[in-house]
Design a protein around this ligand. Sequence first.
Ligand code: ADP
Length: 141
Amino acid sequence: MKNHETTLILVKPDAVEEGLTGEVLHRLEKNGLKILNCRMLRLDGPLLKEHYAHLAHLPFFPEIEKFMSSGPVVAAALAGENAIAKVRDLLGPTDSTKAPKGTIRGDLGKDKMHNVLHASDSAETAQAELRRFFGSTDPKV
Ligand code: ADP
């Protein structure tokens, strides 16, 4: 397969609570992404500070921490051709209100913060995030 990649997603707490996990995984699977591994966990302070280190200086960071630790998330490692860019394309931009219809955020998201899913945005972050949540960059079961 050309440019086979593995990426990391987190279904955010409100989407898990609202029963959107299946819909999200279905959309990704039908677009050629294969689930290599999947787990449910609660994000605590230190893990969130590491995961969102690039936002730690922003005024709304405490709100992100509160939101992302408000309930369990579903983490999955997804593999496929150009998986990193493909998942970001299917997801749409950060602000759900500006995301096009047909994208996950455009169809299922609420606003800038409540936007359904986190997905790795580069090869470097995918490797770091797969290690963070699954302990390996190739977390086959
Ligand atoms: P993305 O998740 O699209 O990669 P970022 O890495 O910039 O976006 O931001 C991480 C998360 O922080 C977003 O998914 C969203 O939940 C939250 N966030 C980002 N920017 C804002 C904002 N301006 N207001 C509220 N929440 C935000």
